[in-house]
Ligand binder design. Structure first.
Ligand SMILES: *Cc1c(COP(=O)(O)O)cnc(C)c1O
Length: 387
């Protein structure tokens, strides 16, 4: 019999990373020593005290059964305390906190809760690919909101056409930003709240990198600004802060009706996070935070080294205040996919072409600071030879 896929699958954008994966496999087969700066996945292990907590939690039979859908009360209370302490934001752990099987899961399910056929979702471009894919899977339409260098990679709400605004239900934003590593100040969040109220658009702020910051920079929460909880939610994750990408634990916080709607979708699809992982998550958020400071120190050194190296080659890159990404302008006259493939074939370096994150990513490549310093020195030397 013929297997035919639903049309919605063919509407998904081509998976650029598949092509890179294939070329990577080929390069490895040919004995090329690859340096992979492509994926945003920490190379360091989950801190030991979190691992230890997990071990004991696994042995507790109480944790083996179905967890509660919204997350254990203790987990949600921990999240509320974290928000109070870190952002001075008050949250009701019963109604304004929802556990997620990684924030990607919550982001992917949100459009299902709010978009009717043909409704628009405003998606940052370049941006984390899940916003767009989830909109398409939910039957919604994507409007790409350009993030431009000249606007410090913040959306210009004035430029969105009125007929789009009339049909838009959701807006995704993400600061500190992947892939541009741009940050936003509370002023921008306040403008976003005004925009949301005026146009009746739900705001989803993805704060996956709020703790991955350098020097004296502290990232604000969207919920810190006046009126934010009336219009939106914030996604958060333990993945990047505690090197826990494989564990799948995150949460959404904010407007209780939005949280309830997302929860309604989830109760029909998944059954919550393994309780032992929630116990480990509580340990991450409440335990010793030296590990976070250490993580920041390591990425900061890598950031300084690679920025300096790339600049010495004449490449333009802004030193990021947050995230573990460098968003690098490619030399004039090249296109980002071609340049990324050139680096892979000639220098054995994997980075992500900006266009992998959307059309407005053209002219840039992204490098993730997920390899040790000696390898980053090697990256600079290799690029020097092939530029
Ligand atoms: C890594 C990442 C996430 C996903 O994190 P998980 O909690 O591991 O699902 C979400 N948003 C952005 C922008 C990311 O880069």
């Amino acid at each position: 019999m013929t297997i035919t896929m639903a049309e919605r699958l063919s509407k998904l954008p081509p998976y650029l990373f598949a092509k890179i994966d294939a070329l990577k496999a080929e390069a490895i087969k040919n004995g090329i020593n690859i340096i992979d700066l492509g994926v945003g996945d920490p190379d360091l292990p989950t801190p030991l005290h979190i691992q230890e907590k997990m071990k004991s939690a696994v042995e507790d039979a109480e944790n083996h059964r179905y967890p509660s859908y919204q997350g254990m009360p203790a987990f949600r209370e921990t999240v509320a305390s974290f928000y109070k302490k870190r952002f001075q934001v008050d949250l009701d752990p019963q109604k304004e906190v929802l556990s997620l099987i990684g924030s990607k899961e919550g982001i992917a399910h949100t459009p299902l809760a709010f978009l009717n056929e043909g409704d628009f979702c405003l998606v940052p471009d370049p941006g984390y690919p899940v916003y767009k894919a989830a909109t398409i899977l939910a039957g919604g339409k994507v409007y790409q909101v350009p993030l431009l260098l000249e606007n410090q990679f913040l959306p210009d709400y004035e430029k969105i056409p009125i007929d789009i605004l009339n049909k838009a239900k959701l807006l995704f934003i993400n600061y500190p930003n992947n892939p541009t590593s741009a940050t936003a100040d509370p002023d921008f969040f306040q403008r976003t709240v005004d925009f949301a109220k005026k146009n009746e658009i739900i705001i989803c702020h993805d704060a996956a990198y709020s703790e991955m910051t350098y020097d004296d920079y502290q990232a604000p929460s969207f919920l810190q600004v006046q009126g934010a909880k009336e219009v939106g939610i914030e996604f958060h994750s333990l993945s990047k802060t505690y090197n826990m990408t494989g564990w799948r634990v995150g949460f959404a916080v904010g407007n209780p009706q939005i949280i309830a709607a997302l929860g309604k979708v989830k109760t029909n699809i998944d059954s919550g996070i393994f309780q032992a992982i929630q116990v480990a998550g509580i340990e991450a958020l409440t335990g010793n935070q030296d590990c976070v400071q250490e993580m920041r120190g390591i990425y900061k050194e890598r950031r300084d080294l690679l920025c300096q190296g790339l600049e010495s080659l004449g490449l333009k890159v802004e030193k990021p205040k947050a995230t573990f990404y460098l968003w690098i302008q490619i030399p004039e006259g090249k296109d980002s996919e071609g340049f990324a493939l050139h680096l892979l074939k000639e220098a054995g370096i994997i980075c992500t072409p900006g266009t992998g994150f959307g059309d407005y990513g053209e002219g840039f490549i992204r490098m993730a600071l997920t390899v040790p310093q000696n390898r980053l020195c090697e990256v600079v030397e290799r690029i020097r030879k092939v530029l």
